[in-house]
Design a protein around this ligand. Sequence first.
Ligand SMILES: Nc1ncnc2c1ncn2[C@@H]1O[C@H](COP(=O)(O)OP(=O)(O)OP(=O)(O)O)[C@@H](O)[C@H]1O
Ligand SMILES: [Mg+2]
Length: 355
Amino acid sequence: MKKKQVRIKETVGIDIGSHSIKIVHLRKQHEGFKLLNCDIRPTVASGIEYIPSDLRPERYAPVIIEMLKSLRINPKHIKHLVTSIGGDNTSIKQIKTIFLPDEELESALFFEAKKHIPISGTDMVLDYQVLSVEEKTNNMNILLAATSKDLLNEHTTTLTSAGLTPNIVDIDSLAVVNSFSLNAFAEEGVYVLLNLGAHRSNMVIWGPEAKLFARDIPYGGYNFTRDIMRKRQMEWDQAERHKMEFGLRDNPASATVESISMLDISEKSTEDAIVDEVRRSLRFYVKEAGNSDFRKLYLMGGSAKLAGLQEYFQEKVAIPTEIFMPFANVEVSDRLQSKKDPQLALAIGLAMRME
Ligand SMILES: Nc1ncnc2c1ncn2[C@@H]1O[C@H](COP(=O)(O)OP(=O)(O)OP(=O)(O)O)[C@@H](O)[C@H]1O
Ligand SMILES: [Mg+2]
């Protein structure tokens, strides 16, 4: 879904997460962007326990409408809207093929995609980008992005119900790459990006010259809250409050903490489950791409704010770890400084996507 070239001055990125919606409104400047406004709002009732599979997509539109209103954005006046989809029915893969002329490329890639991407052929919507053509071999490096028709339809319904006109629809993990590559001064080498959400997290391995790798890890903030409930015998809302205040750390005021956490050492914690998945993917990447020049691990998304997580990852994954703040090329006025948040990373990557 591409839009014809117009001179874009203002752009809106909307990240419709399963827990929170993030909206970023930017103005394009001579160099970089300026933050006009942004907002984050949950789509699940706070303090009330829920079952993720019970959450319905109908809950998104009313929240988006409220947010646009408070940001004073008229949905009918948005010139450049970028949104995204993710999850089980989306996939991106970088592949290599022999050189093919344009006319043949699309149908060849469709067959190729069926081999690499776990979405049934009849339901698959495919997009691709030629990244480079290798001089010596004439091989093409191609980025395939696929999703299902159903997911795309559901997304379109959400947007139109909120009074929006669907425009560019990206894939979550590519927006993560965009956010990073446009807001970091990455030298050569490879970077590991982890967008930690509520029910899943996007892991992307990216470098200016490196092969792109992306996958989802099925854990996020929801699982951290459940861990706290189990380990500390708390109800959902108490566990949520504990999570926001102490994260992985113990409450210094509580003396019984150690004996409580000792009760449940048998079950793997969410942070360990994520670390295991990350390490497994890194090993896979080293084998597949022949590159182990990992420079840094960047955490973003709402669960990147979990206290103690950055230190934990740094120790366990053994790569220098930082929380990613996506504002290197986004000017932020004094009034909005306090709204800078790693939870906005994906939405910023969307808003900064120009074509
Ligand atoms: N300060 C904080 N400390 C710990 N966790 C936090 C904090 N702030 C938000 N979170 C958690 O971050 C999660 C929401 O993050 P985010 O908005 O990135 O998820 P999402 O995009 O809605 O979900 P998903 O990507 O899984 O669909 C929630 O689980 C929330 O509890
Ligand atoms: Mg998310």
